[in-house]
Design a protein around this ligand. Structure first.
Ligand code: ZN
Length: 432
């Protein structure tokens, strides 16, 4: 065939003979008939060792390649089987695609890059594949990254966390590296056995090199860390401590909202259609509505508030002293993590006293947990694990879990999270 090297470059294939290329008008697809070069032929699909041919397998097969302009492209080739000493009868390896994959290497690489960069609908529409297929592709791309790198070498300071997915019914255990701010590992589950899997993977030598472990104080995590890294300094996870305070604040807001709703029921109902000009005011109804709407204003960091949210906050300060005090308690605790240790230590004690006397049940209760965690909270500040990086990794993992609805397996979700946050972000094929 003419222009063989042109077609090899255009299709992004290597160690491949392009026999001929045709345009299938009915299917509106370019079909490139290919075969492996002599050196790449007759190899086990799993280990790539040279093996004797077994049979012709199921005949011709197709692999989706990257589109040419707006036209879909497939590679078509024989898919014979070989008999491997180790892997028995398997389909022979092809140099243009991973074993068992229905897409070429450049196609897989493009999908992996897109999945870590663009929205779900952008990936599925541009590549013309289902989100399920995206999941399968990123799983195999991640498996190759993992096989080719030693990501767990030299880790010293780690954070352990649980992340919910599938609308909060299922959990992943995740481990992040505080020094590089990378996601190191994740697995489905929320128990001792799941977390032990990480330390077993690490092995005793590397476990003994871990100097600091942050966690949210769950007893089962404490037990596993004590068993595998008895000498590591245990610190509180600032992200969780602040989240406890945010949750306590939300309980106070909800209680105030429920009270306003109860009182609102005694106010006169309004007829359908807009209220008449002389309608009596309904202050509790308005209050309930405003309390419902201010949730995000209370939850966000003050520096990130929009103008409207700043107004909502001012309204809370003026009309609901208890919710406003709860807000100040939450913010006070958050700010302690931004202080140097010598200021943070007395500030934390003052905060505990303030919360204890607040007469707000949610914060009196939170204060008790803070007393229990006091040393670990101060250790987090002392060892510099209190920065916003920990929080941002947590937030990003949570965003990925939301994107991952619709994946059929948690392994796809884990692969997407590790590709995005594991320090080995995919690159587009053919770029350096
Ligand atoms: Zn083999």
């Amino acid at each position: 065939m003419r222009d063989v090297s042109l077609w090899r470059a255009v299709l992004g294939v290597d160690k491949t003979v392009v026999e001929r290329v045709e345009y299938d008008t009915a299917g509106q697809v370019v079909v490139a008939h290919v075969r492996p070069t002599a050196r790449a032929r007759g190899r086990c699909g799993v280990c790539r060792r040279r093996c004797p041919r077994y049979d012709g397998g199921e005949g011709r097969r197709r692999w989706r390649a990257l589109d040419l302009g707006t036209v879909r492209v497939v590679l078509e080739a024989d898919a014979p089987r070989v008999r491997c000493r180790e892997h028995a009868v398997v389909v022979a390896a092809v140099p243009w695609a991973r074993h068992g994959a229905g897409h070429t290497y450049p196609f897989d690489a493009t999908v992996a890059w897109l999945a870590t960069t663009a929205s779900k609908s952008a990936v599925t529409q541009l590549m013309r594949i289902a989100w399920r297929t995206v999941g399968a592709i990123i799983e195999r791309v991640w498996a190759d990254v993992e096989a080719g790198t030693d990501r767990l070498a030299g880790i010293r300071r780690i954070g352990i966390d649980e992340v919910s997915y599938k609308r909060r019914h299922k959990y992943l255990m995740v481990v992040v590296d505080h020094d590089t701010n990378r996601l190191l590992w994740a697995a489905p589950g929320r128990d001792k056995a799941t977390l032990s899997g990480f330390f077993e993977l690490l092995g005793p030598g590397r476990c003994s090199e871990i100097t600091h472990v942050s966690a949210d104080g769950m007893p089962f995590i404490e037990a596993v860390v004590a068993a595998y890294c008895p000498d590591a300094v245990r610190v509180a996870d600032p992200f969780h401590v602040v989240k406890w305070a945010t949750d306590a604040l939300d309980r106070v807001r909800q209680a105030s909202w429920a009270e306003a709703r109860r009182l609102a029921r005694t106010e006169p109902a309004r007829p359908r259609g807009g209220p008449p000009a002389d309608a009596p005011p309904r202050p509790q109804t308005e209050r309930a509505k405003a309390l419902k709407g201010c949730r995000f204003a209370l939850w966000k960091n003050p520096e990130d508030l929009t103008r409207r949210q700043r107004e909502q906050l001012a309204w809370v300060a003026a009309t609901d002293p208890q919710v406003h005090r709860a807000y100040l308690l939450k913010e006070g605790l958050r700010l302690i993590f931004q202080m140097p240790l010598e200021r943070a230590s007395p500030a934390l004690d003052r905060w505990i006293g303030w919360a204890r006397r607040s007469r707000i049940p949610a914060f009196v209760k939170l204060q008790r947990s803070i007393v229990v965690q006091r040393e670990k909270i101060l250790a987090a500040i002392e060892h510099g694990l209190s920065n916003g990086l920990v929080e941002s990794t947590n937030t990003k993992i949570r965003l990925i879990t939301r994107m991952a609805y619709g994946f059929s397996s948690p392994q796809s979700l884990i692969a997407l999270a590790l590709l995005s946050l594991g320090g080995h972000r995919p690159t587009l094929p053919g770029r350096t």
